[in-house]
Design a protein around this ligand. Structure first.
Ligand SMILES: C[S@@+](CC[C@H](N)C(=O)[O-])C[C@H]1O[C@@H](n2cnc3c(N)ncnc32)[C@H](O)[C@@H]1O
Length: 331
């Protein structure tokens, strides 16, 4: 589909009463909300691996997920890996009992691979999986059988949770859809609810999402537009903040996080376009180096640092493995 057509449809649905439900129905019709357990487990595994890389474990953890989406694969993965409680919130009501049930059922053939990927005990994973009440009469009952509580609409800038009670605040493919002032609020709230030493663990996609649907455009395509032009294409259901990776890092640093992981992936096609000057770059983005403009993925871990664990980190300096040392890595 041409990106302009998709933008026009999403713009119309965003402004029409009942548009969200039409969007959901359209997605079901086109099959774009079919569960993709391997893809979504892979993403959840990345979150869990970042937690491990930062020297912590998911077992018995309390997790707060921002942006549940259509299928609860992140909560399911954290539950299978031993989390005690997963609070998940979304602003949109995409999750339903039906989609949760389908997602859990579709996960079964991948349990072996999931356990192997994380070097977890397969029998324990299978036992945990069997405890999920797939035939539950309500979405909440199904989710609570996997230690999960869902709030929608939920506000991650004002979670209602007590201070210092959460081990990990996580998200997958969400932060790029959040306006900058709200992102700042989320980082501040994460800092409040995390236990000292707790982690904000996020993976997200700062590239132009229309590149997924239209092969004529690249993940850097939206960098040519002014804010005013972009509002026509990237608002409402298509909202993308177009922030570049260093801006995300800055938001978490300003909220007093100590950044342990900042990895980015650069799209080589966009890098070529920028260096060959075949992609016009709007004035707004000219202050960024080409690699930051061409980044189409970011993995970020920030630690809630207290005076105590700052000192600990400093004194343990030599004991940290290279990947646990605060870093910026591009791959
Ligand atoms: C691309 S989907 C990703 C969903 C899920 N995390 C996954 O990986 O499948 C982005 C999700 O973020 C949600 N979202 C957007 N802004 C949000 C906000 N301010 N607070 C919570 N969720 C939000 C959207 O409603 C949507 O469900």
């Amino acid at each position: 589909m041409r990106w302009q057509s998709k933008a026009a449809i999403l713009r119309l649905l965003s402004r029409t009463p009942g548009g969200k439900q039409c969007y959901l129905a359209g997605q079901r019709l086109l099959g774009t909300t079919r569960p993709q357990p391997k893809r979504d487990f892979t993403r959840a595994i990345e979150l869990i691996e970042m937690i491990r890389e930062s020297g912590q474990s998911v077992r018995d953890a309390v997790v707060y997920e921002i942006g549940t989406g259509w299928h609860p694969y992140t909560p399911l993965a954290f539950y299978l890996a031993g989390a005690r409680l997963i609070e998940t919130v979304d602003v949109n009501p995409w999750l339903s009992r039906r989609s949760a049930r389908t997602a859990v059922a579709a996960a079964r053939p991948h349990l072996n691979w999931f356990a192997n990927s994380l070097e977890l005990n397969l029998e324990e994973i299978q036992n945990r999986y069997e405890r999920v009440h797939q035939q539950a009469g309500t979405l909440n009952d199904l989710l609570s059988s996997m230690n999960c509580r869902y709030t929608c609409p939920g506000d991650a800038t004002c979670s209602g949770l007590k201070a210092d009670t959460v081990d990990f605040v996580v998200s997958s493919n969400v932060l790029e859809h959040v306006p900058e002032p709200i992102l700042k609020g989320m980082a501040t709230e994460s800092q409040r609810i995390l236990k000292p030493g707790g982690l904000a663990v996020h993976r997200f996609n700062p590239g132009d999402h229309y590149a997924n649907d239209d092969s004529r455009v690249t993940t850097g395509h939206f960098l040519q537009f002014s804010e005013e032009q972009w509002q026509k294409y990237g608002d409402g259901l298509a909202y993308h903040n177009r922030l570049r990776c260093p801006q995300y890092s800055r938001i978490f640093r300003d909220a007093d996080f100590l950044l342990l992981i900042e990895k980015t992936r650069v799209d080589p096609v966009v890098l070529d376009q920028i260096q060959g000057k075949t992609l016009p770059i709007h004035e707004k983005f000219k202050k960024f180096p080409p690699e930051d403009l061409a980044a189409d993925y970011m993995w970020l871990v920030g630690m809630k640092s207290s005076a105590q664990n700052q000192n600990q980190l400093q004194s343990q300096g030599e004991r940290l493995t290279p990947s646990m040392t605060p870093q910026t890595k591009t791959h």
